[in-house]
Write a protein that binds this ligand. Structure first.
Ligand code: PNS
Length: 162
């Protein structure tokens, strides 16, 4: 049976850290659904469509992926899509508490779906979508952390809003 995982997140925007997790996740799972949470409460820089387009483009060379957005409970989305696991990347200890809570809650909601954590690659230890946006607002160089397309799009957003 095909092993499907959901890789959920905000992906606002996608970073090299996300790409690393997906690439390594594909060694474990036959198929990964990269799914953006549609969360109207969280102010995002990019729309869902923009984020989906960037994800598709940046990950086009990785086989066995599909891209989607969802709202509601993650475990319900996972069940509907035949997934056996939720894939998450773990960076520093600072990620641990939130991830631990999320994984425990998801396990309480559906014991059939496991959360699988991959430790982030050392290179991406300090890479996060939020820190990238913060650096970019003040004209910081983010070329080492995001694919060229994302770099262009982030710069364009901030030039427009400035
Ligand atoms: O990239 P992020 O913002 O850290 O991703 C968080 C995400 C999308 C994985 C998490 O907020 C989520 O799964 N939200 C959907 C609602 C849900 O099922 N929450 C967990 C149980 S209350």
């Amino acid at each position: 049976m095909k092993k499907i995982a959901i890789y959920p997140g905000s992906f606002d925007p996608v970073t090299f850290g996300h790409m690393d997790i997906v690439q390594r996740g594909r060694k474990i799972f036959d198929h990964i659904i990269v799914a953006i949470l549609n969360n109207p409460q969280k102010k995002a820089l990019f729309s869902i469509d923009e984020r989906l387009e960037m994800l598709r483009e940046c990950m086009k060379d990785i086989p066995g992926l599909s891209f989607d957005s969802f709202d509601g409970l993650l475990v319900d989305y996972a069940k509907t899509h035949g997934a056996c696991a939720i894939l998450r990347g773990m960076r520093a200890v600072s990620d641990f508490e939130k991830e631990f809570q999320l994984a425990l809650m998801n396990r309480k909601l559906n014991r059939e779906i496991e959360t699988v954590f991959l430790m982030t690659g050392m290179r991406w230890f300090f890479t996060s979508s939020s820190i990238i946006k913060e650096a970019a607002i003040f004209g910081g160089d983010i070329t080492d952390m995001v694919p060229p397309l994302v770099n262009e799009r982030v710069k364009a957003k901030y030039t427009k809003t400035r």
